[in-house]
Design a protein around this ligand. Structure first.
Ligand SMILES: [Zn+2]
Length: 489
């Protein structure tokens, strides 16, 4: 029997507010342990939560960007459980009336073939069940401290930091689809500036629900929850492992049990964290310390109108407006900063394709090798546009262009300064080049005789010699034209 996986994702994204969800404590990452705490986020008796307006704004913008229907009234609820990093004994979340519902993510997605190459890419739509706000818990430290063999520590700096939880529909039929969805979701949050998307620091976290069923079946199989998917690579590897594990269990006549498993990257396996019998019963009830959250239609519409152009819309505009391929447009629109850089450069140079080429090639390479992000790039988009114009006007050759680029990246100087300083202006003067050609002919009598005797391939040799003599500055088209004549006479 052939099986298909059914996957859903639950993503927690930390909102980029400066203060916590229900108190004024700082959300800064890396502060000394427990420095960012107060009676509210420590859960001391009598302390009362006050909702952070900026967090509501950011969460609503995210919900709108993900095409969710916004509930004009949403309710905060207590999710009760005991854990040392949760001093109140409950987490304030939203339960049966979340901020947003029934959204979607539209993105290009494909399949991996046996060689790992992505094929059959096309636009797909994945549903979002809900988006709700909640506070984060603190962090228990079971390792990394000198006496961790006897003690555990707790750091409550993260306690009360605002999150949105985004729950997808069980719409993914492969690990690749889940991966593509998460990439697009992250990109959207980054464009909005509501989350920094940093999976290593935990500001974007992902859990997955996985089951398998006979291909074509209506009913879902028993689902297993996988936690601890701290990178895109972990997500894909964990899903692939879990799908195969479940197939193996069923092929062996066994049954899948409903449980929560953890991904262990070192062993490349998932293992049981808790079974259904140990599952929490959170006993949700409406939070008595907070009134229902009411959003006016006017306020929501105001936010909707001020949403930025989102990644999907931007890449399709890049493709149609600038005549780029779908893949190039997608790559250039990967981040807001890169998209802005491209667009400035394309407009200033009047040459979008060349701009795309430089940005995805030499510029990306130079940034990667120097460990810089595009917003730290030593060349402004206008500087790169000047360089592109210098190449296209024939002032310098394409090859010299690369040298000039490297120098600009190193020194931060404009193209013109580098070209003048290094004396790299292209030689397009027929008399000067004619003299060089004569010199090359004189120094290579044997090759000249062979060429004249019919060894046409030697033409390239002469081009190379002229280029060498002029340190690559000769105008290649003119060299070809002049050599054609000069070698015959
Ligand atoms: Zn606090």
């Amino acid at each position: 029997m052939e099986f298909e996986p059914v996957i859903g994702l639950e993503v927690h994204a930390q909102l980029l507010t400066r203060s916590k969800l229900f108190c004024g404590c700082s959300t800064q990452f890396g502060a000394p342990p427990n420095a960012n705490t107060c009676p509210v986020c420590l859960g001391l008796p009598g302390a009362l939560p006050v909702l952070n307006r900026e967090a509501v704004t950011m969460a609503t913008r995210a919900a709108l960007a993900l095409d969710c229907r916004i509930n004009s009234t949403s309710i905060f609820a207590r999710k009760n459980y005991f854990y040392p990093d949760l001093p109140k004994g409950y987490q304030i979340s939203q339960f049966d009336r979340p901020l947003g519902e029934r959204g979607r993510v539209e993105t290009l997605s494909g399949e991996r073939n046996e060689t790992g190459k992505i094929v059959n890419r096309r636009m797909k739509v994945f549903g979002i069940t809900r988006l709700h706000m909640e506070e984060d818990a603190g962090k228990s430290l079971h390792e990394g401290m000198p006496d961790n063999d006897q003690k555990s520590y707790v750091n409550l700096n993260r306690s009360g930091v605002p999150l949105v939880e985004i729950v997808s529909e069980p719409d993914f039929r492969s690990s690749q689809e889940a991966y593509d969805y998460l990439i697009q979701l992250r990109k959207t949050l980054l464009y909005l500036g509501v989350c920094d998307g940093n999976m290593e620091e935990g500001s974007l976290r992902c859990d997955a629900n996985v089951s398998i069923r006979p291909r074509g079946a209506e009913r879902f199989g028993t689902k297993v929850e996988i936690k601890n998917l701290n990178s895109f690579r972990f997500l894909q590897r964990a899903l692939d492992y879990e799908i195969e594990r479940q197939k193996g269990v069923i092929a062996g006549g066994g049954e899948i049990s409903q449980e929560t498993r953890l991904w262990d990257e070192a062993s490349g396996r998932t293992f049981v964290m808790r079974t259904k019998e140990e599952a929490h019963d959170y006993r949700y009830f409406p939070e008595p310390d907070l009134p229902p959250l009411k959003l006016s239609e006017e306020w929501v519409e105001q936010l909707r109108r001020t949403l930025p152009e989102l990644p999907a819309a931007k890449s399709s505009r890049f493709a149609s407006e600038y005549g780029l391929s779908e893949d190039d447009a997608l790559q250039l629109a990967a981040t807001q900063a890169q998209a802005d850089y491209f667009e400035l450069c394309a407009r200033a140079s009047g040459n979008p394709r060349s701009s795309a080429h430089w940005i995805m090639g030499d510029l990306t390479y130079a940034l990667k090798s120097s460990g810089k992000e595009i917003h730290e790039c030593p060349l402004s988009a206008h500087d790169l546009a000047d360089l592109i114009r210098s190449v296209h006007s024939g002032r310098i050759s394409g090859k010299i262009g690369k040298t000039v680029f490297e120098e600009m990246f190193k020194s931060g100087e404009p193209a013109d300064t580098v070209i003048r300083r290094l004396g790299l202006v292209q030689i397009s003067d027929a008399a000067t080049l004619g003299a060089v050609i004569e010199k090359v002919k004189e120094s290579n009598p044997k090759q000249l005789a062979d060429y004249r005797a019919g060894k046409d391939k030697l033409f390239g040799f002469f081009v190379g010699q002229v280029m060498k003599e002029t340190r690559g500055q000769a105008n290649p088209a003119l060299v070809n034209e002049l050599l054609e004549k000069a070698l015959k006479s």
